[in-house]
Ligand binder design. Structure first.
Ligand code: BJW
Ligand code: ZN
Length: 253
């Protein structure tokens, strides 16, 4: 921890990459691992465009269940610590694979009446609380429950009438090129990439920390378990991000 704090103290620019593990202590299920979503559900049945075309009702039912679960979750000390770091004096970019909106919620809580924008994340896999049209460019924030009992009651686009879908990135779909290049740029320019709570298995997000290493920066990983990023990391801190992130950033502004 002291070595990681020294790397952070020396870094002017920091890129933070987070994954499902940072929200685990908020009660949001992760994907892989013992209690992960993919233990009970097959990714290809639910998180692909083919699955939505085949059975949009089932996919919406699953997303509506997750949206309900996440609506009841609040940011944990790990989210707050990262928001504090990003609202401090150094240049910090939070890049998240999470679709749960908890980094943004933490940014608003920590900023209070101030400007939360330096702590707002780049959401490379979209947001579970936004919907987009399957046919045109319509896209809108949407937090309410969705009626999924039949295809007929599923939400439709007010512009063209096609089905609306969650505005998240499914397997086989491209990530938003502008968001992705901003994420890689911030990693390339960073002196330190802090990676927390990701299995490091899903690309291209898992390659973002490599851009920091390629630019001569350091990589610090926070995760209770070994990941493919561990072998490349300058340091690995083993444990829960809700405990380790507050200790890591404490005292930095
Ligand atoms: C804790 C903790 C605590 C627990 N504290 N930590 C290169 C090689 C191989 C394959 C590919 C490649 N490039 C592209 C691919 C294909 C594919 C891919 O990566 N497949 C691999 C899985 C093999 N990628 C894609 O399809 C991407 N698109 C793409 O590349 O487009 C171009 C293209 C198109 C067509 C063909 C080829 C290329 C899109 C990926 C979209 C991922 N979408 C999901 C669902 C989002 C919506 C939703 O939420 O429903 O994103 S899948 C899921 O995985 C979700 C997550 O963001 C993502 C990553 O998961 P994450 O965050 O790492 O979570 P977990 O659960 O895996 O891990 C949690 C970690 O936390 C663990 O390590 C725990 O130990 C730890 N933890 N408690 C800290 N308290
Ligand atoms: Zn439309």
């Amino acid at each position: 921890m002291e070595e990681a704090r020294a790397l952070l103290a020396a870094a002017d620019r920091v890129c933070v990459l987070t994954g499902a593990g940072v929200s685990a202590e908020s009660g949001v299920p992760t994907f892989r691992g013992e209690d992960g979503l993919w233990k009970s559900y097959r990714a290809e049945d639910l998180a692909t465009p083919q699955a939505f075309r085949r059975d949009p009702r089932m996919v919406w039912e699953w997303y509506d269940w997750r949206r309900g679960k996440i609506r009841g979750c609040a940011p944990n000390p790990g989210h707050h610590a990262l928001a504090e770091l990003a609202l401090g004096s150094r240049s910090v970019r939070i890049v998240t694979q999470n679709v749960d909106g908890l980094h943004e919620a933490a940014a608003r809580e920590v900023a209070g009446a101030g400007d939360p924008s330096p702590a707002l994340p780049l959401e490379v896999h979209g947001s579970i609380f936004r919907v987009k049209c399957t046919s045109c460019t319509y896209r809108i924030p949407h937090r309410d429950p969705v009626r999924w009992e039949s295809r007929e009651v599923l939400p439709k686009c007010p512009v063209c009438g096609a089905l609306l879908r969650p505005d998240v990135v499914w397997f086989g779909e491209s990530l938003d090129p502008r968001i992705l290049s901003e994420a890689f740029e911030s990693a390339r320019e960073a002196d330190l990439c802090l990676v927390a709570g990701t299995s490091g298995l899903v690309h291209p997000a898992a390659s973002i920390p490599l851009a920091t290493l390629g630019g001569g920066g350091s990589l610090v990983e926070i995760n209770p378990t070994h990941t493919p990023l561990t072998t490349m990391a300058t340091l690995s801190l083993r444990g829960a991000s809700g405990e380790l992130l507050p200790r890591l950033v404490k005292g930095f502004d």
